[in-house]
Write a protein that binds this ligand. Structure first.
Ligand code: ADP
Ligand code: MG
Length: 227
């Protein structure tokens, strides 16, 4: 794997929301680039625009100005159907609140995006992922019967089964206690390395940021890389 090859490039990305009291600028001229296989943290105070930035990168929302390139794809040229396809095949999402599908078993939650994408499930990869995440005995469990840590391990499996090039994690341990959060983070890092994905993780937690290859701070509406 060529680690010098950029997987994600943002050029002068800005986001302005229209609000009742007028335009509200959340992100201004954000430019940065992440190489294949890198693990990057974005840290910043509550309300600084971290989740907004992640939803732009995840093609869930559109920048007001600027360009986002994922791999070879200039995303501003895509229509909604093409964006959905890139999301399904290239990007794995992990949220603070897990977002599992309640009437689906743990296993069904993990396989849902691959099934929705109409692709074959790689059974070896699925078994390895379930074993890495320690979910062998919880395959048939319903989400409401899972602990917080187990729910997030299922969500990690769901994000990683399609072997996406880019994993976007928005405070993935934010609703777990410290010990559970640390275990879940270790499993996430192990699973990400297994599929050689690139990881962008949003966090409040300096000890999580310290474990990534690079750290950016979101402040004054833009990103500042820590040296
Ligand atoms: P963070 O994830 O860093 O806590 P967010 O990206 O969620 O911050 O939000 C940044 C700011 O943008 C907040 O002040 C929030 O209220 C505002 N915001 C987010 N989405 C919208 C929206 N759709 N319309 C207006 N303001 C928004
Ligand atoms: Mg947020």
């Amino acid at each position: 794997m060529n680690h010098k090859e950029p997987l994600l490039v943002l050029e002068n990305v800005s986001k302005v929301f229209a609000t009742a009291s007028g335009p509200l600028t959340i992100l201004e001229q954000v430019s940065f680039s992440v190489n294949k296989g890198e693990k990057v943290a974005i840290i910043g105070p509550s309300g600084s625009g971290k989740s907004t930035l992640l939803s732009l990168i995840g093609l869930l929302d559109t920048p007001t100005t600027g360009q986002i390139t994922i791999g070879e794809t200039k995303t501003e040229l895509l229509n909604d159907v093409e964006k959905a396809k890139v999301r399904n095949q290239t990007i794995g999402f992990i949220f603070q609140s897990f977002e599992l599908i309640a009437p689906f078993t743990a296993l069904e939650n993990i396989t849902a995006p691959v099934e929705i994408g109409g692709r074959m499930i790689d059974q070896d990869h699925l078994d390895r992922l379930i074993s890495t995440l320690g979910l062998e005995k919880r395959r048939e469990a319903m989400p409401r019967t899972l602990s917080g840590g187990e729910k997030q391990r299922v969500a990690i499996g769901r994000a990683l089964l399609p072997t996406p090039a880019l994993i976007l994690a928005d405070e993935p341990t934010g609703s777990l206690d410290r010990a559970t959060g640390e275990k879940v983070l270790n499993l996430l890092l192990e699973a990400v390395s297994q599929v050689e994905a690139t990881l962008l993780i949003i966090t409040h937690d300096e000890s999580i940021a310290d474990r990534m290859d690079r750290v950016f701070e979101l402040r004054d509406k833009t990103l500042h890389e820590r040296s």
